[in-house]
Design a protein around this ligand. Structure first.
Ligand SMILES: *[C@@H]1O[C@H](CO)[C@@H](O)[C@H](O)[C@H]1NC(C)=O
Ligand SMILES: *[C@@H]1O[C@H](CO)[C@@H](O)[C@H](O)[C@H]1NC(C)=O
Ligand SMILES: *[C@@H]1O[C@H](CO)[C@@H](O)[C@H](O)[C@H]1NC(C)=O
Ligand SMILES: *[C@@H]1O[C@H](CO)[C@@H](O)[C@H](O)[C@H]1NC(C)=O
Ligand SMILES: *[C@@H]1O[C@H](CO)[C@@H](O)[C@H](O)[C@H]1NC(C)=O
Ligand SMILES: *[C@@H]1O[C@H](CO)[C@@H](O)[C@H](O)[C@H]1NC(C)=O
Ligand SMILES: *[C@@H]1O[C@H](CO)[C@@H](O)[C@H](O)[C@H]1NC(C)=O
Ligand SMILES: *[C@@H]1O[C@H](CO)[C@@H](O)[C@H](O)[C@H]1NC(C)=O
Ligand SMILES: *[C@@H]1O[C@H](CO)[C@@H](O)[C@H](O)[C@H]1NC(C)=O
Ligand SMILES: *[C@@H]1O[C@H](CO)[C@@H](O)[C@H](O)[C@H]1NC(C)=O
Ligand SMILES: *[C@@H]1O[C@H](CO)[C@@H](O)[C@H](O)[C@H]1NC(C)=O
Ligand SMILES: *[C@@H]1O[C@H](CO)[C@@H](O)[C@H](O)[C@H]1NC(C)=O
Length: 525
């Protein structure tokens, strides 16, 4: 400290002495200007004057005498690189007197640079901005300002360091913000201006990646030949649009479709289960943002499970033949065959059957059962048996005796069974007219009669008699009785009239005879 202080203060003391005190020999020495501020590499003229004109200038700089008078000399100092204190001296009367002038050199910083920012800065963590300033003088007039856009984050005055730092808490708003560093050399107090130099701006990227892992939605098992959408989602990240998503199955990279909004990311990709990929695979979803990533894994089992092969020795047989039923599963599976004798599950099952007409249309079901990654899967296969048998007409499907009221609504049912389906017709014995099978409305008495129903197919023919009775009331007797009654009534009425008339005629004739007798008596002779 001590030598430094001496160096700094010596010229000042000398200047003071030179200006204020005359030399011991009495020579008055002065210098113009007593202080100057010049740009680095610039020049300045110094005028030394005294009373006796034996002058000189002591300096480290290049000097040149440019003018002189009786008791003064003017020197030009050029290419001045640093601060200095040239000293005017005079040797008057063998005595030396001195006076110093103070020259301050100013220059702008040669380098103002903001140290590169982290590639990605987590939100909520402190970020240290470092500004490197090289050169520039005089330092007591130099300030360094750190900026976000146009906003001043910090200002440090009278900087005498090469690095200036400031700490900022990174936020979401800082994503995409430009940071820079500016130096200000303020020489306004020296009659000069304010000189600014600014660094190249640097853009910051901030991010948020939650601690939770992405949610992976995938089927746990997949059958060969199928394809499925698997989804990977993550909530709470920022900026979602900048996140990278990788979906990988085993060693195969999937091509996801990615969608996002403010803080939500959704990636979805098709997974195809190919035959050569049978087995367990790891599905991985990795979301990368900034220098961090989160990932989730899930095991996906790809399996193949062909349906069982169910076989009937014949699909179409005559009744009373023996049919063998067989079902075989493919590797790893076991079968359950309907109708087979009970037993432990096995890769295949078979049995034989002596078929009857009732077995026509019977379905045989074979279920193959496979367990994949703890899940039990079924594949079913069915086959229908066709049994050929001759026509049949029985009481159940074609009743032989119908008795109906005339005019009622009835359904006449008659069906023949058989495989192939037989042709059926019912004709009246004698007339040969067809029996109308189906709905009858109303029942007419004409259909009454005895019919012969005939069912016929390639496998034979059967006949069945059907009697149709129709009950009705005969109306003719009533008409005859009514006509007879009317006749009797009319005969009686006619008889009564004639009798009455005869009686009246007789009474009249008697009266006439009585009157004639009376007149005979009353008449004088
Ligand atoms: C130098 O100083 C002297 C005394 O003050 C003055 O007379 C003279 O004119 C000056 N010279 C110049 C070039 O200014
Ligand atoms: C960030 O720095 C400030 C001081 O500069 C300090 O108070 C704060 O606790 C720091 N925050 C974090 C998250 O480090
Ligand atoms: C400038 O630097 C010196 C040492 O190099 C130090 O003593 C002084 O405190 C510094 N001044 C400022 C204002 O930082
Ligand atoms: C930061 O600078 C870049 C280019 O230098 C510009 O595209 C971007 O808009 C700036 N950001 C802001 C927030 O001004
Ligand atoms: C610094 O700024 C000044 C003007 O303010 C300019 O003349 C100079 O070239 C700048 N320096 C650099 C290194 O940019
Ligand atoms: C994935 O998302 C799609 C569309 O939202 C949906 O249809 C599909 O079932 C999802 N996949 C899974 C495995 O959840
Ligand atoms: C990410 O970068 C930050 C600083 O930028 C560092 O602290 C952190 O350890 C890095 N994380 C990883 C996973 O590299
Ligand atoms: C089914 O069985 C028959 C006779 O038993 C055989 O000829 C045929 O090849 C079998 N079909 C299949 C698919 O196994
Ligand atoms: C099938 O069953 C019928 C009657 O039940 C019998 O007569 C016939 O012999 C059986 N056929 C065979 C091949 O067993
Ligand atoms: C197959 O049959 C089994 C019974 O044997 C049944 O539980 C399953 O639902 C059936 N599956 C299909 C697809 O029909
Ligand atoms: C038909 O049925 C009626 C009564 O329902 C019965 O009187 C008649 O004897 C039966 N005829 C035959 C042939 O069975
Ligand atoms: C049909 O009528 C004929 C005579 O016409 C008779 O021989 C035959 O037995 C009758 N059939 C039936 C089923 O009544």
């Amino acid at each position: 400290m001590a030598p430094d202080a001496t160096q700094l203060t010596l010229p000042a003391i000398l200047t003071l002495l030179g200006v204020l005190l005359p030399g011991p020999g009495g020579a008055q020495i002065s210098v113009q200007p007593p202080k100057a501020i010049i740009p680095r590499g610039g020049s300045v003229q110094v005028n030394c004057s005294d009373s006796c004109d034996l002058l000189g200038l002591e300096t480290q700089s290049i000097k040149r005498e440019v003018a002189h008078g009786n008791n003064w000399k003017t020197y030009e100092l050029s290419n001045i690189q640093e601060d200095g204190s040239p000293i005017c001296f005079s040797n008057c009367h063998k005595q030396q007197t001195k006076v110093a002038t103070s020259i301050t050199v100013y220059w702008f910083p040669e380098r103002v640079e903001l140290e590169s920012l982290p590639h990605w800065q987590p939100v909520g963590k402190n970020l240290t901005l470092r500004c490197q300033v090289e050169g520039g003088a005089p330092r007591p007039h130099l300030s360094v300002v750190l900026l976000r856009g146009e906003e001043e984050l910090s200002r440090q005055m009278k900087v005498n360091l090469t690095e200036v730092t400031a700490t900022v808490l990174a936020g979401r708003d800082d994503h995409g913000a430009n940071f820079s560093c500016r130096t200000e050399l303020d020489l306004r107090s020296e009659g000069l201006g304010l000189f600014q130099n600014i660094s190249v701006p640097r853009q910051l990227r901030t991010f948020v990646l939650p601690v939770t892992n992405p949610h992976l939605a995938t089927p746990l098992i997949m059958e060969v030949g199928t394809r499925q959408l698997v989804n990977c989602t993550l909530v709470g990240l920022f900026p979602a649009s900048e996140a990278q998503v990788q979906l990988v199955l085993g060693d195969q990279k999937l091509e996801p479709t990615i969608k996002y909004n403010d803080d939500f990311l959704w990636a979805s990709a098709w997974v195809e289960a190919k035959p050569k990929e049978e087995g367990n695979h790891q599905l991985t979803c990795a979301v990368t943002l900034g220098n961090e990533s989160r990932m989730s894994h899930q095991t996906v089992t790809i399996y193949s499970f062909p349906p069982p092969s169910l076989n009937l020795s014949q699909l179409e047989v005559s009744e009373l033949t023996v049919v063998s039923v067989e079902c075989k599963a493919h590797a790893g599976a076991v079968v359950m065959l309907s109708g087979a004798p009970a037993g432990p599950p096995a890769p295949s099952a078979q049995f034989q059957l002596n078929v009857t007409a009732e077995d026509n249309g019977h379905s045989f079901l074979c279920s193959a059962v496979l367990e994949v990654a703890g899940e039990v899967l079924y594949k079913n296969e069915t086959l229908k048996l066709s049994v050929l048998y001759g026509p049949q007409l029985n009481e159940k499907d074609c009743p032989g005796n119908w008795t109906w009221q005339e005019g009622s609504q009835q359904t006449l049912r008659c069906q023949a069974s058989g495989n192939p389906t037989p042709k059926l017709d019912c004709r009246q014995n004698g007339t040969g007219s067809l029996l109308p099978i189906g709905d009858l409305h109303p029942v007419k008495r004409e259909i009454a009669g005895t019919y012969v129903c005939r069912a016929k197919s390639s496998r034979g023919e059967v006949i069945r008699q059907v009697i149709v009775n129709v009950i009705y009331h005969d109306n003719n007797m009533i008409i005859i009785m009514l006509v007879t009654a009317a006749f009797i009534v009319s005969v009686v009425l006619t008889g009564a009239y004639l009798y009455n008339r005869q009686r009246k005629i007789r009474e009249y004739k008697l009266q006439k005879a009585q009157e004639a007798a009376a007149m005979k008596l009353n008449t004088p002779p």
